[in-house]
Ligand binder design. Structure first.
Ligand SMILES: Cc1cc2nc3c(=O)[nH]c(=O)nc-3n(C[C@H](O)[C@H](O)[C@H](O)COP(=O)(O)O)c2cc1C
Length: 210
């Protein structure tokens, strides 16, 4: 698939089929993730690929308990006042709720992690770790799109970090960056809705009117 078409149609896919992902496809996606830019080419990433039903269920439970209350409150508010929410936000909310309850049914959940040790000897507050996980995560979702696999970028890890660390057996120096469910999509890929370039481009100096 043409690169620009993949970027243009790489929607967050929150409805995924449970059908398994062929191993070769999975490895191609992870390979693409490891082609990403990263600080000093340290490549301190690690990809925890959850395929085991029980492990996926444990992760889903931990995330659902942590996030459900928030999602339910937002859904109740939307229900009570349907006109206050635009259709796109409403769709996201419904999709996010569905994903939360069905996370474990995705054939694969990839948790993109990185060692928290770059640059060597740096103080812990220097968070280069995110410079490692985000480019890799973006490569991953685009490669998946190119192969017809749906994904959704999430930071579910932030809601229940201690529980997930325990489930995954993460050592102290490894941080989680993103939690990305992946599978063949139940819905169609389609054009993403983003602001036009002329609203976001600033030539030579920041333009405060934009
Ligand atoms: C850092 C990050 C965290 C995100 N977290 C979530 C999430 O927790 N749940 C979710 O359903 N989508 C999540 N998303 C996906 C965005 O909501 C989605 O990309 C955005 O609404 C635009 O939709 P589109 O990509 O389908 O055009 C996240 C995206 C990013 C970049």
């Amino acid at each position: 698939m043409e690169l620009f078409e993949a970027m243009e149609t790489c929607r967050a896919m929150r409805y995924l089929k449970p059908d398994p992902i062929p191993q070769e496809m999975l490895e191609r996606v992870i390979h693409a993730a490891t082609r990403a830019s990263n600080p000093g080419n340290s490549q301190r990433w690690g990809f925890v690929v959850l395929r085991d039903t029980d492990q996926k269920r444990r992760v889903q439970q931990a995330v659902a308990v942590a996030v459900r209350e928030m999602t339910e409150m937002a859904a109740a508010a939307a229900e009570a006042n349907p006109d206050a929410m635009d259709p796109s936000s409403r769709r996201i909310l419904l999709g996010a709720g569905h994903l939360l309850e069905n996370l474990h049914l995705a054939p694969v959940i990839v948790i993109v992690c990185a060692h928290h040790d770059y640059p060597p000897g740096s103080p812990p507050q220097i968070e280069y770790v995110y410079s490692t996980v985000y480019p890799a995560s973006q490569n991953l979702i685009l490669a998946a799109r190119g192969l017809g696999l749906g994904t959704v970028f999430t930071t579910f890890n932030l809601s229940c970090e201690p529980q997930l660390r325990e489930i995954l057996g993460l050592p102290d120096d490894v941080k989680m960056g993103t939690v990305i469910p992946m599978g063949f999509p139940e819905r169609d890929f389609g054009p993403v809705t983003r602001r036009p370039v002329d609203e976001v481009i600033h030539y030579d100096r920041w333009d405060p009117t934009r």
